[in-house]
Structures are given as structure tokens and as C-alpha cells.
Design a protein around this ligand. Sequence first.
Ligand code: ZN
Ligand code: ZN
Length: 392
Amino acid sequence: MSSKDWIEKDYYAVLGVQKAASADDIKKAYRKLARESHPDHNPGDPRAEERFKAVSEAYAVLGDEAKRREYDEMRSLFGSGAFRRSARGGGQPGGMPFDVSDLFGGAAGGDRRFGGAGFQDLFSSIFSGGGGGGAGPRGPARGRDVEAEVALDFDDAVRGVTLPLTLRAPGVCDTCHGSGAKPGTQPRTCAVCHGAGVTTRNQGSFSFSEPCRNCQGVGTVVEEKCPECQGTGGVTKTRTLNVRFPAGVADGQRIRLAGRGEPGERGGPAGDLYVHVKVRPDDLFGRSGDDLTLTVPITFAEAVLGTDLRVPTLDGAVTLRVPPGTPSGRVLRARGKGVVRKDGRAGDLLVTLDVAVPATLSDEARAALETFAAQTPPAAREHLDARVRRVS
Ligand SMILES: [Zn+2]
Ligand SMILES: [Zn+2]
């Protein structure tokens, strides 16, 4: 867990408690939420799983007295969420005194730098002003995360599939190699910050550094713009990735591909690619976690007398025994005919029997049924009849 997480996440809100909540209240709130969102109680529900993770993460901090104190101090230093945008690499010059992406030096470096260290280190690196990312031209910045959506066929989601995914994303301009300057010209050192990338503003006894507005913190200004990218240094590029979707991927699930997002700037690491999965429904089968579901109509006679049913699976057909006297709605299980995971664990095919009532009958069938009715004891409705007598 990085310091950046702490700044961005409101663990109190996640647990639904006040900031002044007692340790006991926090524990109670955690237990309740963890129980509700536990994956065992919500099989196949990726949102519950996300929620469970978020709740656990929040409790790992708020449930620990020392960590909670540190978290509170850090949040009060930075204000809740004030740095959210710039932390994603889209730092706005002006308005914000610091650019968190600089402070954290990109994801990987930042995590290493702050892993295990307290906020003291962070604090000192902001105000020391020397070296590092705080002052001087902006250092490497992590590339933005990219989101994409993919619709999978039902079978592909069950079995797993590798699909090419075409992404349109910003890339470095080939004409100017990202400098933004017309070929043959060079970007000039910024006249406002003299190449430092930051300007310093005095306010009382504090002095604040902020990214230079003239050069957007780069330290240089392009005078003759590259015709290809209009001086931005970037163009929209199309790239195709082969994305592996594991067997059993569920509708609504999000797959993270580390380092497959936008490239970093000035040598920073690339962002991540998040692929949101939509699964197209099948016309026969449904999904419940790793189990497949199927509804099979049977006749009243089959339910009463029993029968063998041939039912399709995603992989061939199976025969299921319907024992005599099977009630409507009974669920039969074909073991191992559900989603087969990579580790060999497999879900089942759950077959729900639905006793179909004929809308019309031949004369012979009606006569046979009337004979049957005359030989059959009435349905067990005494408890309802008793209530009817009482209320009428
Ligand atoms: Zn260019
Ligand atoms: Zn400047």
C-alpha cells in the first residue's frame, strides 16, 4: 500500500463510519460489511468481491491504531482527494501547488520509495525543495491508465479465449520524436522559469513552488510547431494487443494488464490497461459463478413416473436420471459440466426441472386425467383452508 493510496482513498467512507468513530465501532462496521460482501456469500459477483477487498483494505489501516493515526495525519495534510487528478498524470499547471506524480516519481519508483516509510519522508521531500522531483524540470511521469470494453460470447467466456484488442491511444509523434518542434528547429528554454519548469511564489513565511504556466512545467517552449502533431509531441496511434481472457471470466469483471496503458512521459513507466468484460447471454445456458444453469421442461407424467433426460452441455450431452415423484423446480446437478478453471477446478451444470402444463388435451387424455384425478387424494391444502375459514 502506497502513500498515494492513502491520499486518494477515504477509508472512513468505505466503512461507513464517522472520522471520530471508536475502535470498537470500526471493528463492528468492518465485520458487518465483510460478512455481507464476502465472496462465499456472493459467488460470481465481481462487485461484491471488489467491495470485500476495499473493506478489507480500509480495515487494515483503520483497525490498526498506529496506522490509523498516520493515515489521519496524512489526510489532514493533503486534504481529501485534492490531489486525485494530478496523481493520474494529468497535472494541471496553476491552482495546485504540487504535482503528486512528481512527488511519487511514477508508480513503481514511488511505491519503492515510500514502501514501509512513513509520511515524514514525503513531507520532507515536498518542503526541502532541493533535487528530486519537487523543484526543477519535471521528472519522469507515469503514463495514463487506459480503459477498454470487450464483449465476449458466452462460450468464449466459459472456456477462456485470446482476442485481439485494437486500441486508439496517444503515442509519441514520429516526425518530431515528441519534442513538438518542427523538424530542424529546437524547443527554446522557457523565458519565465529559465528552464526550471517551476516558479516560486511567496506567501507569508511559506514559499510555494508550482509548475511554470508558460511552459506547463516542461522547462522549454516550442516556437515553430511540428506540423504533424501541432506542437503537442503526441499523435493518436492505433495498436493491437492480444488479450487473454481466462476461463470463467464473468460479465462485469475488469481485467488489468499492467504496463499496457499509455506510455510514460520522459522515461516514466507506462500506465495500466483495464479491460471491462461484457458477456453476451446464451440462448440456452445461464451462469451462476462457475456453475452453468439450464431449465428443462418435463411433462407431469415424467415428473411422477420418472424418466431419463438427455440434456446438452457446452461440451457434448449428458443423461440425467429424474427419479419418480420429482417435484417441479427440482434442480439436478451434472458434476463438472460447468466452467473449468485453469487449475482444474470445475463448476457444475445445474438443471432446473420445469413441469409443463398442457394448454389443450385430446379427449382420450382428458378422460385419462379425469380418471387419474378421481383416484388421487386432494392436494395438501388443509392449513390454507383453515385460514380461509377464519378470515371469511
Ligand atoms: Zn510532432
Ligand atoms: Zn517555464
